[in-house]
Design a protein around this ligand. Structure first.
Ligand code: ZN
Length: 149
């Protein structure tokens, strides 16, 4: 039997978080942290609400997951995020020692791949899961924002 809890399943949920961000006028990036097929953190970008450039979805998710687990290391956890992590978030993920990162769309300019940010040696990263949907949501956001100004 096929596992219903695959990367697509969790990325769909991360995309829901990105849509919440969109509806609140935040750059639409959503993130989840999962352990044993269980979601232990859900977050979206909050940089506008908190007036804080560090309030990326991944940063919120790392804090929430650590609180949930009662430990600072996210061993055996997977982060799902709709956009490739930036160097700040990749740096924070390094410290968390997270086991796996799954991202949606690539960020060719500010992503950790282009900027060669080092991940933790224990961390595996894969991308391109629901990449098109994730990228389209961001695109729509910036088009609407431009039209409002
Ligand atoms: Zn980031």
């Amino acid at each position: 039997m096929e596992n219903p809890f695959d990367d697509d399943y969790f990325m769909r949920k991360a995309l829901q978080e990105a849509e919440y961000a969109f509806d609140r006028g935040e750059i639409p990036v959503g993130a989840l942290i999962v352990i044993d097929n269980r979601i232990i953190a859900r977050a979206h970008n909050l940089t506008e609400l908190l007036t804080d450039v560090t309030a990326h979805a991944e940063m919120q998710a790392i804090t929430a997951a650590s609180n949930f687990l009662g430990g600072k290391y996210l061993v055996n956890c997977t982060l799902y995020v709709t956009l490739e992590p930036c160097q700040m978030c990749a740096g924070a993920l390094y410290w968390s020692q997270i086991s796996k990162i799954v991202y949606g769309a690539r960020d060719h300019e500010r992503g950790c791949i282009a900027l060669k940010t080092k991940l933790h040696p224990k961390t595996v990263m894969i991308g391109g899961i629901l990449a098109e949907e994730s990228a389209q949501l961001l695109k729509r956001f910036f088009i609407e924002k431009r039209n409002l100004n």
